[in-house]
Design a protein around this ligand. Structure first.
Ligand code: PLP
Length: 401
């Protein structure tokens, strides 16, 4: 038996270890089977041990893991071609994580400002946003919990309430240093907050008027999760910059910062870099992720099963007093509970679900978050709907009793 006594205490993990997985299922070290409705926080969208991914990793590992960005990397070029084709963007910078992808976006925005002789370029970021744990991205993040203790924060961020266009217009009138908006199309970590349907369109319009860059953090919403390759495609707009990570490598670490012609021209040799970023292993894997999403028609599956799950959960749970809202898009679903009416602390529902052999997540203190793999079928969706509904119902009943 191993222990975590030499692991730095940045997490408080549940007392469970998984040994292997297949598709939507995981098995723990006691051979117990679990249905994974979280997939490593929106990472393993193709499920676990997908044969196409395993094959690519093995073949690429046998050929070449790493050279350097000092040389041409054909796997990186091919992945960039694919990403630009599905997104309509022009060029890609590859990183190893989401936070690093956002760092690249922040650096693009600052260079863009300095090009216009703005000495202290600022980026508008939102309340309750999440952009990562590096110094710049935690400063951009709209959560005091993430920032507390790490002051001094990185400067150059102006904060606005999410889904509030008027506040952006007010900033535009009063602040001449703004160069960009960085925003999640749906806020993930703070509870699957879905903005008004035309929110992104309105942000696009303001950015055009003000000559600001619209930078979308699609690290959680991207790669088919919401029923489109990228969430902005529900709005028929194009961002200037978009960041990806999480599902891009289905578990192999990779992030990406995509830019349109205007934004990508800002970066020149020497401005940015990463030793590991864009290595052949990660890029070959991500290319297979894209190929597999296409060949298995997983985006329409995400749309179909997402709608099915949202309506099933709404039918079962929305009549209940202790359930505030059920919301989401595609296979990104949040169930907001009224903690005061629960028998348990909301986070205890994770443990109770585990006992029912189901992996779920609770975020923002009172939101059950479901991020099942895009390969999920209707029967598995029914199990999630039933198990989650029964857990919530029994937790509310016990509280009344
Ligand atoms: C997970 C996440 C990040 C951070 O990604 P890491 O790979 O953990 O650095 C940033 N933004 C959003 C929206 C995320 O969901």
């Amino acid at each position: 038996m191993t222990t975590n006594e030499h692991i730095m205490k940045t997490y408080a993990p549940l007392d469970i270890t998984f040994e292997h997985g297949e598709g939507v299922y995981l098995w723990d070290t006691d051979k117990q089977q679990y249905l994974d409705a979280l997939c490593g926080i929106a990472v393993c969208s193709l499920g676990h041990a997908h044969p196409a991914i395993t094959k690519t990793i093995c073949e690429q590992a046998a050929k070449l893991l790493h050279t350097s960005n000092l040389y041409q990397i054909d796997k990186q070029q091919h992945l960039a071609d694919q990403l630009c084709e599905i997104s309509g963007m022009s060029r890609v910078f590859f990183s190893n994580s989401g936070a690093e992808a956002n760092e690249a976006a922040i650096k693009i925005a600052r260079l863009y400002g300095h090009q216009q002789n703005i000495k202290n370029p600022s980026i508008i970021v939102m309340e309750n946003s999440f952009h990562g744990r590096t110094m710049a991205t935690l400063s951009a993040t709209g959560s005091r919990k993430v920032q507390a203790g790490f002051e001094p924060l990185v400067q150059g961020f102006v904060r606005a309430p999410y889904n509030d266009i008027q506040s952006i217009k007010n900033i535009a009138e009063n602040n001449n240093d703004v160069v960009a908006i960085l925003v999640e199309p749906i806020q993930g970590e703070s509870g699957v907050n879905v903005p008004d349907q035309d929110y992104l369109n309105q942000l696009r319009e303001i950015c055009d008027q003000q000559n600001w860059l619209l930078m979308l953090d699609e690290i959680q919403t991207g790669m088919g999760r919401t029923g489109q390759w990228f969430a902005f495609q529900h709005n028929n707009i194009q961002p200037d910059v978009m960041t990806l990570a999480k599902a891009l490598g289905n578990g192999v670490p990779i992030g990406a910062c995509l830019a349109n012609e205007k934004a990508s021209e800002i970066m020149h040799p020497g401005n940015h870099g990463s030793t590991f970023g864009g290595n052949p292993l990660a890029c070959a894997t991500a290319s297979t992720v894209i190929d597999t999403i296409k060949s298995e028609d997983l985006i329409s599956n995400a749309k179909k099963l997402g709608t099915y799950m949202l309506s099933g959960l709404t039918e079962r749970l929305s009549p209940l007093d202790g359930v505030r809202e059920i919301r989401g898009l595609g296979l990104m679903i949040g169930i907001e509970l009224d903690n005061d009416q629960l028998n348990h602390d909301c986070s205890e529902l994770v443990q109770l679900a585990l006992e029912q052999q189901l992996l779920i997540n609770v975020t923002a203190g009172n939101v059950i978050r479901l991020l099942p793999p895009l390969i999920i079928n209707q029967q598995q969706a029914d199990i999630i709907i039933n198990t989650v509904s029964e857990l919530v119902i029994s937790s509310l009943q016990k509280a009344v009793a």
